[in-house]
Design a protein around this ligand. Structure first.
Ligand SMILES: [Zn+2]
Length: 117
């Protein structure tokens, strides 16, 4: 069990590590060239600013455009600090399922969890 004093440290660590890699990314679509699309972010100010979309990765763009769906977010909900190994506790915010892994990369940890379950 976690004791409350370690919880403060945990939250600090999570704030430090929280970044885009916490997202579980599904396979990217292919464009009309048959190439895997690039993910871009809308830079223009407006209601869609910062939204992600798929587009052609080639210089001679085939003009493919598709909004990237918002994917299940895998969040680190805590740190379980055993002496060895260090385990991270994750939670899929959509399904509510929790799992632990020694992998610091939430996406890889989630894939490992899916394979093992
Ligand atoms: Zn293309």
């Amino acid at each position: 069990m976690e004791d409350p004093s370690s919880r403060v440290l945990i939250d600090t660590i999570l704030a430090t590590f929280g970044n885009a890699h916490d997202f579980y990314e599904s396979p990217r679509p292919r464009c009309k060239h048959g190439m895997v699309c690039t993910v871009r972010k809308v830079k223009k100010e407006g209601p869609t600013q910062n939204r992600l979309f798929y587009c052609c990765s080639q210089i001679d763009s085939c003009g493919v455009f598709e909004w990237k769906e918002i994917e299940p977010r895998v969040a680190k909900t805590g740190f379980v600090l055993f002496s060895d190994p260090l385990e991270y506790r994750y939670k899929n915010e959509d399904t509510g399922e929790t799992f632990t892994s020694t992998n610091i990369n939430a996406k890889e940890a989630y894939e490992e969890f899916l394979l093992s379950s």
